[in-house]
Write a protein that binds this ligand. Structure first.
Ligand SMILES: [Zn+2]
Ligand SMILES: [Zn+2]
Ligand SMILES: [Zn+2]
Length: 288
């Protein structure tokens, strides 16, 4: 399974659009890995998790060809994970010319469906007019077959209670490799832990919005301390073992300044590594 991290920031991006905090100013000065777009990953070239507002530039920067994407699974419809306006660029013949009349499947919750229907009328009920896009409602615990040779199972996340928010379990059919993508979420809900019992994962990517802020059992989002708690719980749960690789991901500038103390991004990277976590960055590629 080949995974490319396209964007790795929380909702405001890093540097945040209008922010002059020391972390954002340092990112502007240092550039490179410290510049982060809104979060998404591409798997095996044809599968995307989420479709954020920075997808266009992020994909180009990461070497991802969006014209090859056949399936998108949406974790939830917050604006940093879902920018339906960008999908209108699939409209034919003016905005896109595709050689094959392939379809793009978007799997998501009811809010994704409603917003998609506003941008691409008809998408929710079948075909988005001229866009080749089809919306499919994704149910928790119900596996989705994708063209990437990967089965994706959406699992309940601990996040916005006004819509269904999900983390995604990915299983590659040809290799049996498994990847758990858990963003945005706090401590995992009981039903998700139950489902994951004994399902050993090769790679686990945990929400780290709060970075150095927050406690040992954060709700809604997590920081590194809660990531460590979740790591231990997942090992106890049989979802991970000593060979599982760990990534922390989806970072907010606010989290690098807990109670006035500033943690530069490279200092945090070393702290995360001390707990066995790789800090994601835009364009990072991982193979399992
Ligand atoms: Zn988010
Ligand atoms: Zn800032
Ligand atoms: Zn969110």
């Amino acid at each position: 399974m080949k995974i490319t991290y396209i964007g790795t920031a929380a909702s405001e991006g890093l540097p945040a659009l209008f922010c002059q905090c020391p972390i954002c100013e340092a990112a502007r000065k240092n550039g490179g890995k410290e510049i982060r777009g809104r979060a998404a990953v591409c798997v095996n070239e044809t599968l995307l998790i989420d479709f954020p507002p920075d997808i266009y530039y992020g994909a180009m920067r990461a070497g991802v060809n969006l014209s090859k994407v056949l399936d998108i699974v949406g974790t939830h419809a917050h604006s940093d994970h879902f920018a339906p306006t960008e999908l209108s660029c699939r409209l034919e013949p003016v905005l896109a010319k595709r050689i094959e009349k392939d379809q793009l499947h978007f799997y998501g919750n009811q809010r994704h469906g409603a917003q998609l229907n506003g941008t691409l009328p008809g998408a929710k009920d079948g075909h988005g007019e001229n866009s080749g896009l089809v919306f499919d409602y994704a149910e928790s615990f119900k596996p989705i077959e994708t063209a990437a040779g990967i089965i994706v199972t959406p699992l309940p996340a601990d996040h916005d209670k006004s819509q269904e928010c999900r983390m995604m379990l990915l299983e590659e059919k040809s290799t049996g490799k498994t990847f758990l993508y858990a963003h945005d979420t706090g401590m995992f809900p009981e039903s998700t832990m139950e489902f994951l019992k004994g399902k050993r994962c090769d790679l686990i990517s945990l929400d780290c919005t709060n970075v150095m802020l927050g406690g040992d059992e954060d709700r809604n989002h997590m920081g590194i301390r809660t990531d460590v708690t979740m790591k231990n719980r997942l090992i106890e749960n049989g979802t991970a073992d000593e060979n599982t690789r760990w990534i922390c991901h989806h970072f907010s500038h606010n989290g690098f300044i807990p109670r006035g103390r500033v943690y530069p991004q490279d200092e945090f990277e070393a702290i995360a590594a001390g707990y066995g976590f790789t800090m994601s960055y835009d364009g990072m590629k991982v193979e399992i």
